[in-house]
Design a protein around this ligand. Structure first.
Ligand code: GDP
Ligand code: MN
Length: 379
């Protein structure tokens, strides 16, 4: 789950990290009022689940409340990476002397949370990694002990030469780790971590991704979800109990089981196609899930064909077949369906589909090749 910058700022602040104050506005007039309250120059920042807002024109300074209104007017309603800006954060602007990057990710290779820090902040860390990988310092944390003081100092001395700033930074890194663990985050990033004209170290931006599997035991964090800022298809899927991730290709797919779904996407790629989604309808037998899956996939205008790959075990093929037939009656499906079913109640499933004028194969290779060919023909 993604959260907004203003929400991540609150979590960091609660852990003692120095973050400038700020308030959220949804209208230019509100932004003006907040700016007047702060006085002086403010920064107006788009609140969307995307980085690179600065480059996209979503972060602007304003020297007066009237200017804050104009800048907010320009940013509200703007599209950034396909997302509409509905809220802006208004905060007193800092005079920036230096910009560093500090972040924590969960790293597969070391199976640990890994800190990444760099003096080259303010730009995407991916960009630094590509251009100047030596400028990034990494440290894997043993989750039994957390970030120990000496480790925090090692990282901090890589970022700052001034002793006071090293101390301030070491403390912030330990607080960031505490915030990361407390929120059940898979990523926590401060970019930029700045020093200002008087030498203070502050977090000017905050980004956190929360591991969805941590939400059940953290209702306060789960409550931060902003469904209006998420792809509508993913919200629909979550409410229908489906695991769905939208991708950029044109072959929709409906599969039972995450492993088989991954294998299906691999095979689509192998035969030269591009999957439009990952979708796991789960192990249970429920025709309604199939109807919901088709409803969600058909909202994607890129989809040219929908491929079913069902390996019946606990999932019964006849239930899936009933779901498919039911869906064709209830919703308009503007693209061809190709179906592979095998396993539990396979013969019954084939009868049900045949009764509705649909055919199916038992071969995964065959169905994927059909899907790729159909997508190409319509391309
Ligand atoms: P991002 O582009 O989405 O990562 O948004 P950021 O919050 O990181 O802002 C982008 C850039 O805007 C920062 O790297 C800063 O250079 C600049 N910026 C943000 N806040 C301030 C501020 O308070 N004062 C000044 N002078 N620049 C700011
Ligand atoms: Mn940033």
């Amino acid at each position: 789950m993604n959260i907004h910058e203003y929400q991540a700022r609150q979590l960091l602040r609660a852990h003692g990290i120095p973050v400038p104050p700020g308030e959220v506005a949804t209208t230019p007039a509100e932004a003006e009022r907040i700016a007047a309250g702060f006085g002086g120059t403010v920064v107006i920042k788009a609140q969307v689940h995307a980085g690179g807002r600065g480059k996209a024109g979503g972060v602007k300074l304003a020297g007066s409340p009237a200017e804050a209104r104009l800048k907010a007017e320009a940013i509200l309603g703007m599209m950034i990476k396909g997302l509409t800006v509905r809220q802006v954060l208004v905060a007193p602007a800092e005079d920036i002397a230096s910009e560093a990057y500090v972040g924590i990710i969960v790293d597969r290779a070391s199976k640990r949370p890994v800190f990444m820090v760099s003096r080259e902040g303010g730009v995407d860390i991916e960009e630094v990694a590509a251009r100047n990988p030596g400028a990034i310092r990494r440290l894997a944390v043993d989750p039994r002990f957390g970030l120990l003081s000496f480790q925090a100092y090692q990282l901090a001395t890589a970022l700052y030469d001034d002793l006071k700033q090293q101390r301030a930074c070491a403390r912030i890194l330990q607080q960031l780790y505490a915030a990361f663990v407390a929120a059940g985050a898979s990523l926590a990033e401060i970019n930029p971590l700045v020093t200002n004209g008087t030498g203070e170290v502050k977090a000017l931006d905050a980004k956190m991704n929360i591991d969805d599997n941590e939400l059940d035991r953290r209702p306060d964090i789960a409550a931060l979800r902003d469904t209006s800022a998420e792809p509508p298809a993913e919200t629909l899927a979550r409410e229908a109990g489906l695991t769905f991730i939208k991708l950029d290709g044109d072959i929709g797919n409906v599969v039972n089981g995450a492993g088989l779904a991954m294998a299906t996407m691999d095979l689509i790629k192998y035969y030269g196609g591009e999957p439009a989604n990952f979708l796991d309808i789960g192990g249970s037998s429920n025709p309604e899930k199939v109807v919901n899956a088709l409803r969600i996939i058909t909202t994607d205008p890129n989809v040219k064909v929908i491929c079913f790959n069902i390996f019946g075990g606990i999932t019964r093929c006849d239930d899936v077949a009933n779901g498919i037939v039911e869906a064709t009656r209830r919703i308009h499906i503007p693209v061809p369906l190709v179906i592979r079913l095998t396993g539990t109640n396979e013969a019954e499933a084939l009868r049900i589909l045949a009764g509705a004028g649909l055919s199916a194969t038992t071969s995964m290779d065959e169905v994927v090749q059909q899907a790729v060919a159909l997508a190409k023909n319509q391309g």
